[in-house]
Design a protein. Sequence first.
Length: 128
Amino acid sequence: MVFIYPAIIHDDEDGFWAEFPDLEGCNTQGDSQQEILENAKEAMECYLLGLLEQGAVLPKATSPKEIRLPEANTYISLIYGDVDLAKNTKSIKKTLTIPIWLNEQAMQANINFSNVLQKALLKELQLC
């Protein structure tokens, strides 16, 4: 599942550090701009995965236009993350039943059944 959240990047004499206004306590740091963006992506993905594993509802991402920067040496960066729930969490096998015509069309379209079911369950449970 793809997620995008704004991060406030702080650039000071010690390097860079990032905080996520919508993800309380989710922070990271880095020595370069590239490193802070990579670390922010990883921190966000781990944070969101933890929330999902707890069954928590994911917070809505604030529009960057609504964020007031606290200092002159800060800027906003949108952080893109892709949390593959099947690979990053303990999984169980489920058996399901669907009409044969639907299965055939889905197979022709190379649909990933596990991914579709995960997204549908998250939406149905209003977790994101």
